[in-house]
Write a protein of this length. Structure first.
Lengths: 385, 342
């Protein structure tokens, strides 16, 4: 047998080559994602133009030209406006936020009693954080403390008048503290009450059903601002003269009832999405109504409507600003109230104040939204795409 | 700002409420140890929080003066910030003892709403502001024919504006906004030639413009807005106290008694000063009022006379720099006239 010449056969593997330039690297990524066709290219260019137009001036305004320290309007006003800045200057007046920061957080809560607010906030965080982390044990006890014990402790801590604490009237409360109190009460009342109302609306008992429907439809049919206004302006006229019914309490009740009606409809959406078989299966097992609801229906229904629930919470958190019309100052109210301080009146003050308030609101709402996404993923058991 | 809606609602509601007020406010005030004072939710120079959250302003100082007269302590006062809509209910229902909240004195409020005005602590009125760089040579509102006018919607300001231009056979283009901030921005960006609102407000707004010195407030005042403290109908003693605290502030300025020279004034031989300060032998002027004879001394010691209050909050010593104008004493050509204390 003649030996074949196999010199043309490789004896080792060819080294891997880099993929073609058109398929990897920055350029290819850009082409595939930003310039794939004419439409994409146009939108990319428009997008870049917008970013270039908006971001540098924003950074310039908010950080580079911004005024960080100062004690009155002169630091945030140009020479023509009676200040010290060169003409044509435009920058954020963070000095205003700095000077008023305590008010934005606590309203007019007395200085020497502020530790009570800090303590309440600390207790709240200590109780809330473990409740939000799924792996921490003893959820039942934790929830009981946060929603059963904490409101009582918080009430006495903040308003005082017992246990040797100096009373602090609610008109002195304000700022972020009021926003959080309203949101906490609104959220922790509206979820259970909303569930009850939703169940009531689907109940087969005519009276329960009628009461729930009338409540939900009445409250949903009226704007929150009207409810607050009625509570603040009309209510005192019907009470005997001299009785004053705390304004914050009125607002709290109004906000909580309002949120409950909306929550009820969100939960009802979830209840309706549960297939009839689930109810029938539970009945077939011989479960009572409450067992069926607690063990089979609600866990599935609530999981389905988490986005809707959080949506209502976020809406509620932002709606708390409406208490401004009844002369209470939440965060936004406190910021706006301070625009009227002539010592700080300058063209930059209102913008800076509103940007600050917007940022704080965003922090809280974004936090809630991210947590709800985390929760949805965790509870995802086959419904999601 | 005064909304038309509010007036309608107010008269309907308060017709029911009128008469429910309790008498002897002074006794109530003494019993609880402080005066409950209704102020604005925020109006530059009249009631606004300072950096420490303490209320300051002309309206606020009046309440401090009342507290000083009753308790010899300007801090014996608690403030209730009230929105325009709820202010009268708050007074009627007894939530506040006195309402010092840039409230215009009108007949319907005095009668149908069952209120009593104690005096006029600030004579305001609707005015015009223009950009003098843009509209050169204009120094009277009568030259404003054809101008674009920025105004807040739903206020009496809007109605007064229409009346004024119609009465003078002039044309104008209203540029109307819902929110005050929007009106300010529109005016600052030159979307209209003229800004109209209460004059005291114009001075405050001027501070927030990009070039305040270019803008002038025209001399014409087209509406009467006498602003003063209000008390409930049916308690004459409390009304007297509010009224005479106000007159004492004016008389003190007229007689040259101020916070600074109070010590010397107490030794003065001038009979009028002696009557005001209660240093006269056997005087009963203060006790007849239900207070002590040194009531006016207390007021001046703690808050100063009317001139001092004015300059400190809205006048030359404040950023607003409003001139005294018609708020000067009658002896200087203004309208502020303190009734004789004797």
């Amino acid at each position: 047998m003649q030996e074949h010449d196999r010199s043309f056969v490789r004896t080792e593997m060819v080294a891997d080559q880099a993929p073609p330039v058109s398929d990897h690297g920055l350029l290819s990524w850009l082409r595939r994602n930003l310039f794939a066709n004419a439409t994409d290219t146009v939108f990319t260019i428009i997008g870049i133009a917008l970013v270039v137009m908006i971001v540098p001036p924003l950074v310039q305004w908010a950080f580079i030209s911004a005024q960080w320290t100062g004690s009155d309007r002169t630091v945030c006003a140009t020479l023509a406006q009676g200040g010290i800045q060169p003409d044509g200057w435009s920058g954020a007046c963070w000095a205003f936020v700095d000077a008023k920061f305590q008010q934005f957080m606590f309203g007019r809560y007395p200085d020497e009693e502020r530790w009570r607010v800090y303590l309440t906030g600390f207790l709240f965080v200590v109780l809330l954080v473990p409740l939000l982390i799924p792996s921490v044990p003893r959820k039942g006890l934790n929830a009981l403390l946060l929603f059963g014990v904490f409101p009582i402790v918080g009430f006495f801590l903040l308003s005082g008048g017992a246990f040797g604490l100096k009373p602090v009237a609610t008109p002195l409360w304000g700022g972020l503290m009021v926003t959080l109190v309203l949101a906490y009460v609104g959220i922790s009342v509206s979820l259970p009450l909303g569930i009850l109302l939703a169940l009531g609306r689907r109940s087969h008992m005519p009276v329960v059903k009628l009461v729930c429907v009338v409540f939900i439809e009445t409250i949903r049919g009226v704007p929150l601002i009207t409810i607050l206004f009625m509570a603040s302006v009309m209510l005192p006229l019907f009470l005997p003269p001299g009785t004053s019914f705390d304004k914050l309490l009125r607002a709290l009740i109004g906000v909580a009832l309002f949120a409950s009606a909306y929550m009820a409809e969100v939960i009802r959406g979830g209840l309706q999405a549960i297939p009839k078989g689930q109810y029938e299966g539970a009945d077939a097992l011989g479960l009572s109504y409450w067992k069926k609801t607690n063990l089979i229906i609600l866990p599935q229904a609530i999981k389905l409507v988490i986005p809707g629930i959080v949506n209502t919470f976020i809406g509620l958190f932002k709606d708390t600003s409406l208490v401004y019309i009844i002369g209470m100052f939440d965060l936004l109210g406190a910021v706006r109230q301070n625009f009227s301080d002539a010592n700080w009146a300058s063209p930059q003050t209102p913008i800076t104040g509103l940007v600050f308030a917007g940022f704080v609101f965003w922090l809280f709402c974004f936090g809630m939204s991210r947590y709800s996404i985390f929760m949805e993923r965790r509870l995802d058991t086959g419904h999601k795409r | 700002m005064k909304t038309v809606f509010k007036a309608l609602l107010g008269s309907a509601v308060f017709a029911v409420a009128a008469g429910s007020a309790s008498a002897a406010t002074l006794d109530d005030v003494k019993a609880k140890g402080h005066v409950q004072c209704g102020v604005s939710t925020g109006l530059a120079g009249f009631s606004a929080p300072d950096d420490k959250g303490e209320y300051t302003g002309l309206d606020v100082d009046f309440c401090r003066a009342v507290a000083a007269a009753v308790f010899d302590d300007p801090k014996a006062v608690q403030f209730s910030p009230l929105s325009a809509k709820e202010r009268f209910t708050a007074l009627q229902s007894g939530e506040v003892d006195i309402l010092s909240r840039n409230t215009t004195w009108t007949i319907s409020r005095d009668t149908a709403l069952g209120l009593n005005f104690a005096g006029v602590t600030y004579y305001d009125g609707q005015g015009f502001m223009i950009n003098s760089k843009k509209l050169q040579g204009i120094n009277s509102a009568l030259q404003l024919s054809g101008a674009a006018v920025c105004v807040q919607s739903g206020t009496t300001t809007e109605l007064n504006l229409a009346d004024y231009f119609k009465a003078n056979n002039m044309e104008y283009n209203p540029v109307v906004f819902e929110k005050l901030e929007e009106v300010n921005t529109a005016y600052d960006q030159g979307r209209c030639d003229v800004y109209t609102t209460d004059q005291s407000g114009l001075y405050a707004i001027r501070l927030t413009l990009s070039a305040p010195d270019d803008h002038i407030v025209l001399p014409e005042i087209i509406s009467k807005e006498p602003l003063g403290p209000v008390v409930r109908h049916g308690d004459d003693q409390w009304l007297d106290i509010a009224k005479w605290v106000y007159y004492a502030l004016l008389n003190a300025e007229e007689l040259g008694v101020s916070q600074a020279n109070l010590e010397e004034s107490l030794k003065s031989d001038n009979p009028e000063i002696r009557r005001l300060l209660g240093t006269e032998e056997g005087t009963k002027l203060g006790t007849d009022l239900g207070l002590t004879n040194d009531w006016a001394v207390r007021v001046i010691k703690h808050v100063g006379n009317y001139g001092e209050i004015f300059e400190r909050n809205v006048g030359a010593e404040s950023p607003l720099k409003i001139s005294r104008g018609i708020n000067a004493l009658w002896t200087k050509g203004g309208l502020q006239y303190g009734m004789p204390i004797r």
